[in-house]
Design a protein around this ligand. Structure first.
Ligand code: SF4
Ligand code: SF4
Length: 61
């Protein structure tokens, strides 16, 4: 199994929707507007982290 270095968490999402279609792996989904990350699908590409204007998607080690 692949060793994981960390994961992306959603903290203080403001439901703007900017991250909606940015994830190439379908790992990012929204529940009631709030962003969530499926850690099984996320490969830590950081695209969502870069696009969020509120810095709500954060890399945690
Ligand atoms: S880091 Fe990349 S793969 Fe992971 S949720 Fe964000 S856009 Fe998707
Ligand atoms: S871009 Fe950021 S604030 Fe906007 S919906 Fe996504 S995580 Fe939430």
């Amino acid at each position: 199994m692949e060793e994981r270095e960390g994961f992306i968490v959603s903290l203080g999402c403001r439901k703007c929707g900017r991250c909606e279609n940015v994830c190439p792996n379908g790992a990012l989904y929204r529940v009631n507007g709030f962003a969530n990350v499926d850690h099984e699908k996320c490969d830590l590409c950081m695209k969502c982290v870069k696009i969020c204007p509120n810095k709500a998607l954060v890399y945690m080690e």
